[in-house]
Design a protein around this ligand. Structure first.
Ligand code: GAL
Length: 413
């Protein structure tokens, strides 16, 4: 396996005599919604405040599929960006292509190993070197709700899918859209994995979507997951196909819909609109035990030029710095990746997320999100999502879905 051959660090630049390098970075990312843009602006501003020149390369499209396509085109044409939003096993895939920069010197100078949980640090390392900088911890398995709509209909946040379905029936009868949803494959996958965690349990989820165990993929419990997805399909409005996730969040915000099942980047939209958790909107984990984590990160590419290498060193240092970890995550809806950032300024949803993450970590139910690229490499996660979205958008039976799921996974290996 090829290893990237150059290290990025202030020390390396000094030795190279490039002490006067002016940090530059072209950064490819997909944070273009209201809350996302406000969050990434924190990094841009901090980078500039430290003498950096940031060239923004936003690629719209929630979930990052479009950004991944754009990144591959850039790298294959020999024109890689300085840095890109890459996470999970995709980091290893890019490393294996031999195109990533080694940021170990920055990580070691700043003691990342001492302040990052092992589960996060492991995603950021490539054959013992540091190859990405973690930004946050998003939780995927959340239900968001309009507080007034629930109160007006005498509904409390559901703790089981049966309770959710009963609430949805009541809301639908009252003429309210029960579930705000965007009909994009990654959003179908997001809802699916939240349901799967609850109905399969943490061990069942791990067997199915981390270990790709064929029996788990075709179990009666997996059939029940698709059954529940069919029920949820009946609670979305006719205009859901193609809707962007943040527009679904807006439907909950304005009371047009009651619930959204989405990661806590949705909280970033509520906060950007000036909404208050516990008053305007409610948050609760989706029914069942466990915590699906989604850690955003940036990887640096093997580019030429001392200014770009200085830009990479500065970016990596800022991203894992305590100031950015607090300010960015306050806006993004996530919690800091660092364990030593106080949550005093964070809201009740963030505190709940941190508490549940710690409890899940201790209880063995802290799991990588499959839908958001943390559990599997692209071929496998894509194969699963293709079946999930095909089922959600057709009248495919649950029995057929699990058979297609098992064979799609086998064919992707
Ligand atoms: C996720 C990403 C989040 C959020 C979301 C919607 O994959 O990790 O940071 O941006 O997509 O775009």
């Amino acid at each position: 396996m090829k290893k990237s051959v150059y290290a990025v660090s202030a020390f390396a630049l000094c030795v190279a005599g490039a002490v006067h390098a002016e940090p530059q970075a072209e950064v490819l990312h997909y944070w273009t919604s209201g809350g996302e843009a406000k969050s990434v602006a924190v990094l841009q501003e901090e980078f500039a405040a430290n003498g950096g020149t940031w060239t923004d390369m936003p690629v719209a499209g929630g979930g990052g599929d479009a950004a991944g396509t754009a990144l591959r085109a850039r790298v294959l044409s020999g024109n890689a960006p300085t840095a890109a939003q890459i996470k999970g096993p995709a980091i290893q895939e890019w490393y294996e292509e031999g195109v990533l920069a080694d940021i170990s010197a920055v990580a070691e100078e700043n003691g990342w190993a001492d302040v990052l949980p092992a589960s996060i640090a492991s995603h950021m390392q490539c054959e013992g070197t540091w190859c990405a900088a973690p930004v946050n911890v998003h939780r995927v398995d959340w239900i968001w709700a309009n507080a007034d709509v629930l109160a007006a209909n005498d509904i409390t946040m559901p703790t089981t899918w049966e309770e959710f379905n009963a609430a949805a029936e009541k809301l639908q009868a009252a003429g309210i859209i029960p579930l705000a949803h965007g009909g994009q494959a990654w959003q179908d996958a997001t809802v699916f994995e939240a349901v799967a965690l609850g109905l399969l349990g943490p061990d069942g989820f791990r067997k199915a979507f981390v270990e790709l165990d064929q029996d788990a993929l075709t179990s009666d419990e997996m059939i029940a997951v698709f059954d529940q997805m069919r029920v949820l399909r009946g609670y979305v409005d006719p205009n859901f196909p193609g809707r962007d996730w943040n527009l679904a969040t807006a439907m909950v915000m304005n009371g047009e819909a009651a619930f959204q099942v989405m990661g806590d980047w949705a909280k970033g939209e509520f906060l950007a609109a000036g909404k208050t958790p516990g008053e305007d909107f409610l948050c609760a984990s989706t029914p069942g035990e466990g915590f699906l984590y989604n850690v955003d990160s940036f990887a640096m590419f093997d580019v030429d030029g001392d200014d770009k290498k200085a830009g990479q060193a500065l970016l990596a240092e800022l991203i894992v710095g305590t100031k950015f970890q607090e300010v960015f995550n306050l806006n993004k809806g996530s919690i800091p990746a660092r364990v030593d950032v106080a949550l005093d300024a964070f809201d009740s949803c963030a505190v709940l997320s941190a508490e549940d993450m710690n409890a899940s970590s201790e209880g063995g139910s802290l799991l990588p999100s499959y839908a958001h690229g943390m559990a599997l490499r692209g071929a496998q996660s894509g194969a699963i999502t293709d079946v999930v979205t095909s089922h959600f958008n057709s009248d495919m039976s649950s029995e057929e879905a699990v058979q297609q799921l098992a064979s799609a996974v086998l064919n992707s290996l």
